[in-house]
Write a protein that binds this ligand. Structure first.
Ligand SMILES: [Zn+2]
Length: 357
């Protein structure tokens, strides 16, 4: 891809600058940050592709909740963009249309770059760009093509595979379905995702699906946009045993900012409460952010869009979070899980992912 090439060139240029700076600069000069060492701030679930498709706008449209301007203002530099096939359309054609639109934005906007690995995400952050990765929100999006379809999407940048949306599919039971778990075909899909290094996403999955995926997966499991059921007993929120099972895989849970999932006061402080609860049950390594912006959510009372996310970090500190725990939520935990999924993938991928840094 052109964008990937441009990123590589940028990363190389950054290294050259650093090397010459190290030789030539005076001792008192502050060294520039090494490329790839700037923090990555990730949002694990944004429905922005659907808004671009519906409203025929670009990623730089000011009316978006998580467009380029809002992401940059809020510090998000790794955006997991959801490819959501609504129930009433030709699912696979729709996913292709969403991807095609996003690819056009990637080509049009210098500030945006498709990233295919944590290393590329770190390089994008270091270069001041917003890295984009894709998540399929519901395996009904590969209903006909199956594993071949998954491989095709992976080749176009898919990093997360959501097993279900709000209804049961041939692959797995949904939190909005009858309570079933993984089907036989679903188990082969989990194995295929593991082989490709694609993270499995159990937000929207039934409890049975979540626990079965966590037991079967050789890689960390992600719930990209879900909150804690103990605080707000909504079917989309995670029970304590699901939180523990996800944590045991080395996975992460992205705190969702939709007010009905947050419950309580419905403000950003309540999101901090959910994050703190997830941390208490699953440990600090399990917590991430998956705002669900541009997904027709009812946002917290005191947060209109992704531009205001910076207000969340002090709320975490006020709840006793250490600086490194906050860094974990902001992006380090997700990158760790993504790295591990790639390392656990097929031998060919493992060899290339373990190439010297
Ligand atoms: Zn969703």
């Amino acid at each position: 891809m052109t964008a990937t090439l441009a990123l590589l060139l940028l990363a190389c240029a950054g290294s050259a600058t650093l090397a010459s700076g190290a030789e030539g600069a005076s001792p008192s000069a502050t060294p520039p940050p090494a490329p790839g060492t700037l923090p990555v701030q990730a949002d694990l679930h944004l429905d922005t592709p659907t808004q671009l498709h519906r409203r025929k706008v670009g990623l730089d449209a000011p009316s978006l909740e998580a467009g380029l301007a809002q992401l940059r203002a809020g510090g998000t530099n790794l955006a997991v963009m959801a490819l959501w096939p609504p129930r009433t359309v030709d699912w696979e054609a729709h996913v292709d249309a969403l991807l095609t639109r996003m690819e056009a934005e990637d080509a049009r906007l210098d500030e945006v770059v498709l990233v295919r690995s944590p290393a590329e995400a770190r390089a994008a952050a270091a270069a001041g760009r917003v890295g984009i990765v894709y998540a399929l929100e519901g395996a009904h999006g590969i209903d006909r093509s199956g594993i071949v379809g998954l491989e095709r999407l992976h080749a176009r940048g898919l990093a997360l595979l959501g097993l279900t949306w709000t209804f049961d599919t041939r692959w797995a039971g949904s939190s909005g379905g009858a309570g079933s778990g993984l089907t036989r075909e679903g188990r082969t899909l989990v194995d295929a995702a593991n082989r490709l290094g694609v993270l499995l996403d159990v937000s929207h999955a039934s409890r049975a699906t979540t626990l079965e995926v966590c037991a079967r997966s050789r890689a960390p499991v992600v719930a990209s946009h879900s909150d804690a059921h103990a605080l707000t007993p909504h079917p989309r929120n995670l029970l304590d045993d699901e939180i523990r099972a996800i944590a045991a895989t080395g996975g992460v849970i992205g705190v969702n900012l939709h007010r009905p999932f947050l419950g309580g006061s419905g403000d950003l402080a309540r999101a901090a409460d959910h994050a703190t609860y997830l941390k208490r049950i699953g440990g600090p390594g399990v917590v991430a952010l998956g705002s669900d912006f541009d997904g027709l959510i009812v946002p917290p009372r005191d947060l209109r869009d992704a531009a205001g996310l910076g207000a969340l970090w002090p709320l975490l500190a006020a709840r006793g979070w250490t600086a490194s725990e906050v860094e974990g939520l902001r992006g380090a935990n997700f990158l760790r899980a993504w790295d591990a999924a790639r390392a656990a993938s097929s031998p060919a991928t493992t060899r290339s992912s373990r190439a010297p840094d």
